[in-house]
Design a protein around this ligand. Structure first.
Ligand SMILES: [Zn+2]
Length: 165
């Protein structure tokens, strides 16, 4: 049984795309749906292309490198499994692939956890908009894994910005 932080990961049996996404992660690969028609990558997982409505897509592996586009700090756990993890950051990561495409406001953005080298929530003092991150994978069991992110050594393209404390 797949689980994360002691909680069962329940994937609907007919949700093939989500299963394939987590299965690729289990092999250490971050893959996104790529439209067969217009060739654009997309996320979150969905059945049709948001740009051209085509239902045909293939999985494409991406680098897993990106930038923190925005974030929030969770001070109160919303689930008992997170009780020991507060305060923790939730990040909106913009991947390097397909930035500012098809318009300047577009990009591939994933809501995710930001963790340190041990899989624990990253110190909230270290989280910043524009900080560079890279994907890592949390094992869920059953050959599945959950993509999440950690800070990388890449030099940020823009100045870091943090919530005033
Ligand atoms: Zn398309």
């Amino acid at each position: 049984m797949a689980e994360y932080l002691g909680v069962k990961v329940d994937i609907a049996s007919n949700d093939r795309a989500r299963h394939e996404f987590l299965e690729a992660a289990g092999e250490g690969r971050l893959t996104l749906q790529k439209c067969v028609e217009c060739q654009k990558l997309r996320y979150p997982i969905m059945t049709a292309c948001p740009f051209c409505m085509s239902a045909d897509s293939n999985w494409e592996e991406v680098s897993g490198k990106g930038t923190i586009y925005s974030y929030e700090l969770v001070m109160h756990p919303i689930h008992p499994a997170y009780r020991e993890r507060v305060p923790y950051p939730i990040v909106l990561v913009e991947l390097d692939e397909q930035r500012e495409y098809p318009t300047l406001d577009d990009g591939l953005r994933l809501v995710s956890s930001l963790v340190d080298g041990s899989g624990n929530p990253e110190d909230i003092e270290k989280v910043a908009i524009n900080a560079r991150v890279e994907v890592e994978f949390a094992d869920l069991g059953d050959g599945l894994a959950l993509p999440r992110f950690r800070l990388s050594d890449d030099v940020p393209e823009h100045e870091l910005w943090r919530l005033p404390s």
